[in-house]
Design a protein around this ligand. Structure first.
Ligand SMILES: *[C@@H]1O[C@H](CO)[C@@H](O)[C@H](O)[C@H]1NC(C)=O
Ligand SMILES: *[C@@H]1O[C@H](CO)[C@@H](O)[C@H](O)[C@H]1NC(C)=O
Ligand SMILES: *[C@@H]1O[C@H](CO)[C@@H](O)[C@H](O)[C@H]1NC(C)=O
Ligand SMILES: *[C@@H]1O[C@H](CO)[C@@H](O)[C@H](O)[C@H]1NC(C)=O
Ligand SMILES: *[C@@H]1O[C@H](CO)[C@@H](O)[C@H](O)[C@H]1NC(C)=O
Ligand SMILES: *[C@@H]1O[C@H](CO)[C@@H](O)[C@H](O)[C@H]1NC(C)=O
Ligand SMILES: *[C@@H]1O[C@H](CO)[C@@H](O)[C@H](O)[C@H]1NC(C)=O
Ligand SMILES: *[C@@H]1O[C@H](CO)[C@@H](O)[C@H](O)[C@H]1NC(C)=O
Ligand SMILES: *[C@@H]1O[C@H](CO)[C@@H](O)[C@H](O)[C@H]1NC(C)=O
Ligand SMILES: *[C@@H]1O[C@H](CO)[C@@H](O)[C@H](O)[C@H]1NC(C)=O
Ligand SMILES: *[C@@H]1O[C@H](CO)[C@@H](O)[C@H](O)[C@H]1NC(C)=O
Length: 775
């Protein structure tokens, strides 16, 4: 059945001199095939494109300036045959730069929920808002940056540093968007390896950083979530600002023509990150659409076809791919006759278009609740029992910011000219790690949007206090507040901000840590809440005996305070798990500083991904470094017991469930659709052994020979009443067990023994078995 294969050495190929890394040419650009779900859309698109002149086809592939709306981009239209064009707009956490929309929990918060259904629901309802505003293409979700460096300024826009978790949640989001009739645009590290903001774009003669990634790492890590996106039918992909092997992402034919359009048989279109085009040749490299204006296309593309530089069939393919996406999600409808109709300039008189759907309220609130991760809770310090007599609230992150802005970036006082300054000066400007102007519910810039209201922690606590008769003390400005000796608990709110355009300067800040220590020295029950746009280290105070509880609250969106209060009082229970590792020290991360930081005057910044797939827990496990809180960790108000691990090859009736279960499979190569076949099943029983209801996130890790000790390959979030139990089932696909064979250019399942772990985190393994794969 499966052809036998040699087990290849699974090592990342170390690159030599990085500036010598090259990306091979792959031409010509493969035309879209219109397979599977795309068939009907391609038929319609081909029919429409057949009626277009060359100029009209070119028009479809580029942007135009307009004062009619504030969409981030507007494609050309084809008035002669009534094709209205499209509005493209930011981004992954809600509709940006407009009014009457919702502000959703950010990507990282969603990642911390480990909840497929909630992620799908969020995608549907968020996309309904884009659609109500007349946005055809939502510029998200973001499968990256995955988080190669924990300092990455945009890590919070994606779901997780783990490619499996990121891939699963990207697929749910894409399905949600497109079910609601909006074209999703997967920004996998903005295709691809767009892992840092430092040297993210070329400025003033300094090139963007080159991510020099070997083929095996690319497939097994950075491309992985993207494969899930393509499989879910994502209709567009955004190529990135950075270079890969010294070739810019949006003219990299190996990536666009080779990997994306040939290997993955992607039938949608590739659009560039704004202004990321460098020359006309990108048309042959596989780029299909330029934004925000004509770039070096427009009339030049028409001319290039006339003089033979670009073949007309390439332009026909571009237009067909774009229009197929439009048909795929059902945009040939009256509500899209005027693209961007609801995206009016807010400074001018306009009839506000309320895009919010009442039915989305529980999804927003549940989503806000689900991404809070409880990491310490001594002696059941939480939830509060009964009605506290007295509570105290401290810290700059407890209260709302004084001004509501449409873009958090400006709230923080950053401007884009400073971003350019970063490249000119070589070293980044140092920004405060914390946003001291008020609580944060999102990170900054393209991934941010304005909330209709902001439920901040202090107001939500006050509201509850009013109902309960609790006395509340607060001080959100002092760094050395007084503490009333009678208080039952002190809540200290700090944060860690991040934004597009800048990488962070550290993972903890002394001023915020000093505030926590000041309160803890005076309050026997100190609850620390950290709103964080990424990893935030806690080692300065986590072992303090008076810090009885700690919540990594991430970026909950508009319902932040309401969600937190529900958790503090036990109306809802903590169910989030870390989608990354919290180290004890910055130096524990396998990659810490962004490439080129501090390298003054370089004009050719290079970034060698020599660590391969050994990032986050894969590296902590392999190097035996003890983290503070490991990937997958999170406490609940109850306890769970795992039992009855069973493994079985797919299709087999018998399963092995002895004390050391083992199941046999055969090795082989695994290309094409069969890559997605489920080849083995893993089952386990999870029981709630505590006294209250709660959620558990059962996690499946597999040890692939020659690869990191454990890699996430399944998760199931279940809710159980006290005493109840459930069987969780994981299906392992051929891809889940494969490695990328660089010689054969395919995925292969190697021979060997594959340990299988089921547990409550990447280090809290409760059940162990193995799959044995033979020739
Ligand atoms: C980058 O270079 C490495 C090392 O030569 C190679 O393995 C990989 O396929 C190249 N990738 C791209 C996208 O050019
Ligand atoms: C191209 O698109 C622009 C903007 O929508 C439109 O004004 C123009 O008429 C279009 N040109 C052609 C040739 O259809
Ligand atoms: C999925 O989430 C929605 C909204 O929260 C909820 O109504 C529905 O019951 C959930 N479905 C499942 C299968 O959990
Ligand atoms: C054609 O290309 C040149 C050089 O890249 C550019 O300056 C010009 O704006 C382009 N024209 C159009 C219509 O896009
Ligand atoms: C063809 O036209 C394009 C766009 O104007 C131009 O950039 C290119 O240099 C031309 N090539 C030749 C061979 O004339
Ligand atoms: C919105 O209108 C104001 C006032 O006319 C103008 O200054 C601003 O540039 C416009 N914004 C956009 C994005 O067009
Ligand atoms: C937790 O409770 C135990 C038993 O009541 C007590 O000895 C211990 O000091 C408590 N720990 C803290 C941190 O309050
Ligand atoms: C804990 O808080 C109490 C005040 O309730 C204080 O007396 C004590 O010194 C604090 N402990 C530490 C280690 O700071
Ligand atoms: C990590 O170690 C360095 C050097 O000892 C120290 O300065 C820093 O504060 C540590 N970080 C944390 C979060 O403790
Ligand atoms: C970078 O260039 C500037 C201006 O030419 C110069 O003043 C500075 O010393 C250089 N820095 C380094 C580290 O070479
Ligand atoms: C949460 O826990 C409380 C007890 O702290 C329990 O009464 C409640 O049923 C639980 N709620 C959910 C939604 O699991």
């Amino acid at each position: 059945m499966w052809s036998t294969t040699l087990a290849l050495a699974a090592l990342a190929l170390p690159l030599g001199a990085s500036a010598a890394a090259v990306s091979p040419d792959v031409y010509p650009s493969p035309p879209g095939q219109g397979n599977g779900r795309w068939a009907g859309a391609y038929a319609s698109a081909r029919k429409l494109v057949a009626q277009m002149t060359l100029e009209e086809k070119v028009n479809v592939t580029r942007g135009f300036k307009t004062t009619e709306n504030v969409c981030a981009g507007n494609s050309g239209s084809v008035p002669r045959i009534g094709w209205p064009g499209m509005c493209l707009h930011d981004a992954g956490n809600g509709v940006r730069a407009t009014d009457m929309v919702s502000a959703w929990a950010s990507g990282l918060h969603v990642g911390a929920s480990w909840d497929r259904n909630l992620t799908y629901q969020r995608g549907v309802y968020m996309a309904k808002e884009f659609r109500a505003k007349g946005v055809n293409i939502a510029l998200g979700p973001n499968a990256g940056p995955l988080g190669r460096t924990p300092l990455g300024g945009r890590n919070w826009e994606g779901f997780s540093v783990d490619p499996y978790l990121s891939g699963q949640l990207n697929a749910e989001t894409i399905t949600g968007y497109q079910d609601a009739g909006v074209i999703a645009n997967i920004k996998v590290q903005h295709f691809i390896a767009n892992e840092q903001e430092t040297y993210r774009r070329p400025y003033f003669g300094v090139e963007a950083a080159s991510s020099n990634v070997d083929d095996k790492t690319l497939h097994e890590y950075y491309l992985w979530p993207f494969m899930d996106g393509v499989r879910a039918g994502v209709a567009s992909v955004m190529c990135s600002y950075n270079r890969i092997n010294n070739t810019y992402g949006c003219e990299n034919s190996k990536l666009m023509n080779g990997i994306l359009k040939s290997e993955l048989a992607f039938d949608g279109f590739v659009m560039l990150d704004w202004n990321a085009q460098h020359n006309l040749q990108s048309a042959n490299g596989g780029l299909d659409m330029v934004m925000p204006y004509g770039g070096s296309w427009g009339d030049n593309l028409t001319h290039a076809v006339q003089n033979g530089t670009v073949k007309e069939k390439r332009v026909t393919d571009m237009a067909t791919r774009i229009l197929a996406a439009w048909y795929l999600v059902g945009q040939d409808t009256p509500d899209f006759r005027v693209p961007g109709a609801g995206m009016k300039n807010l400074s001018l008189p306009h009839e506000p278009v309320d895009a919010r759907v009442p039915a989305s309220k529980p999804v927003l609130l549940d989503g806000a609740v689900a991404g809070h991760v409880l990491v310490k809770n001594v002696n059941h310090s939480l939830p509060f029992r009964g009605k506290p007599k007295m509570l105290s609230v401290y810290g700059y992150d407890a209260a709302p910011p004084p001004t509501k802005n449409i873009d958090t970036l400006f709230q923080l006082g950053y401007t884009s000219s400073q971003e350019m300054g970063q490249a000119v000066l070589g070293t980044p400007r140092r920004f405060d790690q914390a946003a001291r102007g008020g609580t944060i519910t999102t990170g900054g810039r393209a991934g941010a949007n304005a909330p209709p209201y902001m439920s901040d922690p202090l107001s939500a606590i006050q509201h509850r206090a009013a109902a309960d008769g609790t006395w509340v003390n607060w001080d959100v400005t002092s760094t050395t507040p007084d503490v009333n000796g009678a208080t039952e608990a002190c809540l200290v709110f700090i944060n860690a901000i991040a934004t597009e355009g800048w990488d962070r300067t550290g993972l903890h800040d002394d001023a915020s840590d000093a505030l926590v220590l000041h309160v803890a020295a005076r309050c026997a029950r100190t609850v620390v809440v950290v709103h964080a746009a990424g990893v935030r280290l806690v080692d300065r105070w986590i072992d303090h005996p008076n810090v009885t509880a700690t919540i990594l609250a991430h970026l909950p969106g508009q319902d932040s305070g309401t969600a937190l209060v529900r958790l503090l009082y036990g109306d809802d229970n903590f169910s989030g798990r870390l989608p990354y590792t919290v180290a004890r020290n910055e130096s524990d991360y396998p990659v810490y500083e962004p490439c080129g930081r501090g390298a003054d005057n370089t004009t050719e910044p290079q970034c060698d991904y020599t660590e391969g797939v050994y990032l986050d827990y894969r590296a902590f496990d392999a190097n035996n470094v003890t983290p503070r809180f490991e990937f997958g960790y999170g406490l609940s108000y109850t306890t769970f017991k795992y039992s009855a691990l069973a493994l079985s090859p797919s299709g087999s009736k018998s399963s092995s469930s002895s004390s050391s279960p083992t199941s046999l499979l055969r090795a082989g190569s695994s290309g094409g659709a069969r890559l997605w076949d489920v080849v083995a099943h893993v089952e386990a029983t999870v029981a709630n052994t505590g006294r209250v209801a709660g959620h558990e996130v059962a996690q499946l890790y597999v040890g692939i020979p020659g690869a990191p000790p454990k890699q996430l390959r399944g998760f199931e979030k279940v809710w159980l009443r006290p005493g109840a139990e459930v069987t969780v089932r994981f299906g392992l696909t051929r891809r889940d067990l494969s490695v990328w064979d660089v010689v054969r250019q395919r995925w292969v399942v190697q021979e060997g023994r594959y340990p299988v772990y089921v547990g409550a985190s990447s280090r809290d393994i409760r059940l162990t078995g193995a799959l044995v794969i033979h020739k």
